[in-house]
Design a binder for this molecule. Structure first.
Ligand SMILES: NC(=O)c1ccc[n+]([C@@H]2O[C@H](COP(=O)([O-])OP(=O)(O)OC[C@H]3O[C@@H](n4cnc5c(N)ncnc54)[C@H](O)[C@@H]3O)[C@@H](O)[C@H]2O)c1
Length: 250
């Protein structure tokens, strides 16, 4: 594999498992030093240890991404340890689905905090610490383009992420910092196993033109394209990586 990220430093939120961990592994395999921020410090440390064992550079941070301080502290520490912050992947989100009438304030605030506010703080921290060539990649969802039943907050949060991405791209473009998004369809992760009924998973596969769930590496490949100089004239964009599900009527 070519080393597109030699001498680059990345921060990945929710990098302890699932899509985030796939992104961490791919960035590290291509030469990046990677900071992993996750509520599960133990799993973040395990992910960092795996990178280090494979000959890479990584640091784990435990913390809640809905708090600005978590991202700010990680960015400062990465700059101290590795010299810069060049790539920021806002991936972490806590998700629950359910009927509108059963949404509690706590659930809504946690979803908005982890899925939307964390992206705001990621952009702000990236803007503060990155120089020209920096790349921010926000993980949205196919849900940003669809009306999914019992997923009002999720669809709203992920649509909001696209708005943040477009606007921040116009603010930061003149400084040479790009802001893009990746919108995955259903990917085989712990998050999907917890939240989505197995029958619903079958239905989703049947409605997906490519007739399979996504794998974390499908998403990591698109994130790495946007993080790298291969996409140096792409900003404010969202790449759907969803097996075609957002184009399928039936
Ligand atoms: N898996 C899918 O099918 C799918 C589809 C579309 C979009 N996405 C998006 O991709 C991203 C990752 O999804 P996943 O399926 O890998 O999720 P996951 O639940 O498997 O992993 C999420 C990670 O985020 C961490 N996290 C949760 N709340 C946090 C907080 N407050 N602070 C710090 N870390 C926190 C978790 O500990 C976990 O390690 C999410 O933004 C999700 O909405 C996933």
């Amino acid at each position: 594999m070519s080393k597109r990220f030699e001498s680059r430093v990345a921060l990945v939120t929710g990098g302890a498992r699932g899509i985030g961990r796939g992104v961490v592994e791919r960035l590290a395999a291509e030469g990046a030093a990677v900071g992993i921020v996750d509520l599960r410090h133990d799993l973040a440390q395990a992910a960092a240890d795996a990178v280090i064992e494979a000959g890479g550079r990584a640091l784990a941070f435990g913390g809640d991404v809905s708090k600005r301080e978590t991202l700010a502290t990680a960015a400062v520490t990465l700059k101290e340890q590795f010299g810069s912050l060049d790539i920021l992947v806002s991936n972490a989100m806590w998700v629950r689905y359910g009927p509108i009438a059963e949404l509690t304030e706590e659930t809504v605030q946690r979803m908005v905090g982890t899925g939307f506010m964390s992206v705001v703080w990621g952009i702000q921290v990236g803007a503060e610490h990155m120089t020209a060539g920096g790349s921010i990649v926000n993980i949205a969802s196919a849900a940003a383009f669809l009306g999914i039943p019992q997923a009002m907050i999720y669809c709203g949060v992920k649509s909001g992420v696209l708005g943040l991405t477009r606007s921040a791209a116009t603010d930061l473009g003149p400084r040479g910092i790009r802001v893009n998004a990746v919108a995955p369809g259903s990917v085989e992760t712990e998050g999907v196993r917890i939240n989505v009924d197995p029958e619903m998973v079958k239905l989703r596969i049947a409605k997906t033109p490519m007739r399979r769930l996504g794998q974390v590496d499908d998403i990591a490949a698109a994130v790495c394209y946007l993080a790298s100089s291969d996409s140096s004239w792409v900003t404010g964009e969202c790449i759907k990586v969803d097996g075609g599900v957002t184009h399928a009527f039936l």
